[in-house]
Design a protein around this ligand. Sequence first.
Ligand SMILES: NC(=O)c1ccc[n+]([C@@H]2O[C@H](COP(=O)([O-])OP(=O)(O)OC[C@H]3O[C@@H](n4cnc5c(N)ncnc54)[C@H](OP(=O)(O)O)[C@@H]3O)[C@@H](O)[C@H]2O)c1
Length: 292
Amino acid sequence: MNTTPSHRTVLITGASSGIGAALTRACTHRGWTVYAVARRADRLHELFSQDSHVHAITADISTESGCQQVVDALNGATVDILVNNAGRGNYASVEDTSTEQWHSMFAVNVDGPFFLTRALLPHMKQRNSGHIINISSVAGRQGFPLNAAYVAAKHAVVGFTAALRAELIGTGVHATVICPAGVLTEWGGVTEGGSINDLYGAAIPRSRTIANERGLTLAPLSRMMTAEEVAEIILRVIDAGRVNDVFTHEGTLDLAAACVADRIAVEDSHAALWLAMAEVYAEVYGEEHGKK
Ligand SMILES: NC(=O)c1ccc[n+]([C@@H]2O[C@H](COP(=O)([O-])OP(=O)(O)OC[C@H]3O[C@@H](n4cnc5c(N)ncnc54)[C@H](OP(=O)(O)O)[C@@H]3O)[C@@H](O)[C@H]2O)c1
């Protein structure tokens, strides 16, 4: 069903799961053409082989050669909208983060978006139209314990997008960063170094005890959203063009502002959860890695 007048061609990375898969479906629902990128060819086939609007591209966007593969597979097709969505988190304290894990967080979350943006931008600027949408996270604005490599990489995505916007002033090309909080996808189960879902699952109940024992307040947890809800927000961003940084979850814009104005207050309000996370990490990580 084509619900909007203008046809668009959208390149979406990380389309084999979660937000990317939901966005691919939402775009083809509008009759748009989607180049859907991911490493798992079987998943892309399973999801989209019946949809003639989708062109699957199997590639690893964490390398320059993988991104070049994506560009080659376009075969000269015009891309109106690039959604740099592919991403992965990690789970390790700073001192336990290996050099490989640090680099791999930047490779997939930052390098890939840069390589693809650099490749597609000249064509967009030539046409004086286009939109680059980078999926960061609230972790691109706020610090969270035990995944510093991911948090640093997502902060880099926010900075990259801000600089890109500044460069694009006066052109018809837009750049937007989207900062979701918890979304019900595979993400939290496939974090490098262990499941961050398991960490939060064990730490949240424990944080209530810590809060009671030490008289700490508990920061409200934002509601988990579905990938489809986030995809709808991204579609609205595409429709709107020039928009501010987007915080998909209620309360997270205020939290991001508080991180600039009063980071100590943010830390204090999260102390019970973060202390609980440290306890769980010391027990579980120590056991799994023979450190106890
Ligand atoms: N879920 C959350 O709570 C949450 C919150 C804030 C921000 N985000 C961000 O939202 C984005 C989408 O995540 P999601 O929640 O939808 O997670 P997801 O369900 O795990 O999907 C991640 C997608 O990225 C792809 N991918 C990972 N590494 C890749 C690589 N090297 N090359 C190409 N594709 C790669 C995966 O496909 P293959 O494995 O097939 O390659 C998959 O399609 C990510 O940038 C994530 O950091 C998620």
